[in-house]
Write a protein that binds this ligand. Structure first.
Ligand SMILES: [Cu+2]
Length: 151
């Protein structure tokens, strides 16, 4: 009984150290946002997420200090040319690949903004991974009509 308990603890420690290594392999680049229309409309953020590791990582959630709720959405355009968006769910990033959040596709939706996002603002966004660990990035707000991270 006692031996089994120690074995379980040893396994937990091994799992948590592996999990930390997983998020250490994730690099987020070019994180940017757009100035918001006050706080009545959601904010948005885009970035590239690179898995430089040798195992898949799965993005399962977002948090940000400026929004009550943040989640990854997918924009889709139907046959009639009407765009809509829906929660993208968990997103697995294969080893050596990049997940791109960009206008017209996947994006981080920042809902119930706590303050307007103004051009030049910087705020933190945290990405959570199924394998454990988190990556926090600084998002830079560009102008309201920006199309890319350097606009
Ligand atoms: Cu959205």
């Amino acid at each position: 009984m006692r031996t089994a308990g120690f074995a379980a603890i040893a396994l937990l420690l091994a799992l948590s150290s592996t999990a930390f290594a997983a998020s250490d392999d994730v690099f987020v680049e070019d994180a940017w946002s757009r100035a918001s229309i006050g706080t009545n409309r959601p904010g948005v953020a885009y970035m590239t997420i690179r898995n430089a590791g040798e195992t898949p990582v799965t993005l399962i959630g977002l948090t940000s200090s400026i929004a009550m709720r943040a989640e990854v959405h997918r924009t889709a355009t139907n046959e009639q040319g009407v765009s809509s968006m829906e929660p993208a769910g968990d997103l697995t990033i294969a080893p050596g690949t990049i997940l791109t959040l960009a206008p017209g596709g996947l994006h981080a939706m920042l809902m119930n903004l706590q303050a307007p996002i103004n051009k030049g603002d910087r705020f933190k966004l945290t990405l959570k991974f199924a394998e454990g660990g988190e990556v926090t990035v600084e998002v830079v707000a560009r102008g309201i009509a920006a199309r890319g991270p350097r606009d």
